[in-house]
Design a protein around this ligand. Sequence first.
Ligand code: CO
Length: 212
Amino acid sequence: MHEYREVFENNKRWVESKLEQDADFFEKLAKDQNPEFLYIGCSDSRVPANEIMGLEPGEVFVHRNIANLVVNTDMNVQSVINYAVVHLKVRYIIVCGHYGCGGVKAAMLPQDLGLLNPWLRNIRDVYRIHQDELDAIPDLTERYDRLVELNVLEQCINVVKVAEVQNRWYQERLPTVHGWVYDLHNGYLKDLKLDMGKELAKIRKIYDLQGT
Ligand code: CO
């Protein structure tokens, strides 16, 4: 159990330790942000974006929600992508899921979860798209792990569908989109090795916004 006040004590100690390393740390940070990474991850408290990537404040622009979803009509995530691509000009967009994701697990079971239903339906849609592959995996844990991976890949494709992402890609071959899965049991990140050009080529007939 933590006392509420404790976090302010922690904060004070954190400020002091940062200033010990670099007296201008906060002054420099306050001037501007120039992150090369946009990280879209799960809200799960066990998957802290900066820490698992070993990056400092100012180095990663972060969006988190339940089960790291990139929903086409979610103004929140769409605004984050727009700002990161057009204004911050990030080089990499990461969608990072994690094994043991409660959101993905909930979507595997047919049950009524109230307000969460429409959100989790996005994961059920991923299951439907890949139903043949998933149902062929007899072990439930392995099937669950694979759905975590496929969910990440589908959310990467949702990022590739975004107009600003496509426009900048055609001009600069950036940003590149990457799918990762974090393993809660050992702390390691796994790169699902998504090929941005290949993914765009695959969906181009339907989602390409260049009209060619
Ligand atoms: Co999760």
